[in-house]
Ligand binder design. Sequence first.
Ligand SMILES: Nc1ncnc2c1ncn2[C@@H]1O[C@H](COP(=O)(O)OP(=O)(O)OP(=O)(O)O)[C@@H](O)[C@H]1O
Length: 454
Amino acid sequence: MFEGTVRKQAEVDKKQQHKNHWIEAEKPIQVAGSPILALFNSSTNRLANPKMAQMLRSNKVIAGIVASLGGAAALYTLAPTKEKCPAAMKCQVDPEVVKKIEEGYAKLQASPDCHSLLKKYLTKDVMDKLKDKKTKLGATLLDVIQSGVANLDSGCGVYAPDAESYQLFAPLFNPIIEDYHNGFKPTDKQPKVDLGDGKTSQLKDLDPEGKYIISTRIRCGRSLRGFAFNPCLTKENYIEMQNTVKSIFDGIKDSELKGTYYPLKGMTKEDQKSLIADHFLFKEGDRFLQAANACRYWPEGRGIFHNKDKTFLVWVNEEDHLRLISMQPGGNVGQVLERLNKAVKTIESQAPFSRDDRLGYLTFCPTNLGTTVRASVHIKLPKVSARPDFKKICDDLKLQIRGIHGEHSDSEGGVYDISNKARLGLTEFEAVKQMYDGVKKLIELEKEAEKKGK
Ligand SMILES: Nc1ncnc2c1ncn2[C@@H]1O[C@H](COP(=O)(O)OP(=O)(O)OP(=O)(O)O)[C@@H](O)[C@H]1O
């Protein structure tokens, strides 16, 4: 057996494979007990011819293999657990990329209006430490920072191009995570999953008279285990992931959850626009995601699943592989959470998701790590929201304010999107409860202001 792990080719973006990145195999190779059929050359992305294969074999060097598994031929590459690549020296970051990283750093520093977490924590020291690093899938610091450099108005400004980035670029990610998620330290660990089973009765309707809350929504993100994140995904990956989840959707039996999957490819612009305007579908052309290289091959592999009433929805391959959403008019948070939990369990029983011991569920954006839960209400608070300290009140309640057309949008008609801010370092139920308690307090303040105003 070889020293290393077999990785299905589907996980590796061919363009990102290192040139001449041969991987050493020390002994005859078998994959899950199956014989090797052919060698694969990762520098040309072609199967090696017999002579080449012989040469590679005698040199005990291979880059990839085609193995026969369960009757079907599958293409694999080998990723070494120990870096033994003879061309390791060639795996350095391209000087052009390093130059762009340095220019990005200078641009951030020179901008007085940039207040992103990226700018705050990408010190010269951190940049110098990380600019020459590359993940096994070929992602660099540039992939991490490019959205925040292009969009100086970013709040966070970084994305993880793959799961390994959270470790490799930890000197940048860790302080950002700590700052965003209420002091979650590198030594802290995401608690065990607690979706709130048996506790949803604690979340009684926040607005039984229907005076303040227009609608409630709770979403969580999931990444399919075995797939990288957006910038490292191929078109084939997107299609494979879509097919996988579509077959899961097709099998949903629960009468409340079952529904239809609508791929974005082929959807009319009118349908797309109306789903977006009604807050059901993700926007297109998000400049933050575009600059993060997250919209390649769009609309391939992207789409939305929803039930008949549009109270349970799943976004496929937008920012994260999956976004599971439960929403309905009014302020019955308990009902919304119960539906989401039922959906999470249904999908999870059929697809494994990436979870890290320390960071919980892994997501493309570090602000979503851990629980990945954002529980929000669309709410009208004319008096409280007119106060100059409205943002501070929300900050103190650990709440985040957004406009009603999603992140980076403005309020319309005095309606705000108010949600929990932190998603890491607390349980799923606690994240929802944070929104619940905070919004309850805001409604009390609004009522007090109404009384005083009379
Ligand atoms: N409580 C709510 N009621 C109705 N619609 C909502 C509610 N909260 C959010 N939405 C809608 O969901 C859509 C997506 O919002 P937005 O992109 O801000 O959040 P998200 O899905 O949590 O993802 P991200 O945080 O990654 O941006 C928008 O159309 C937004 O108006």
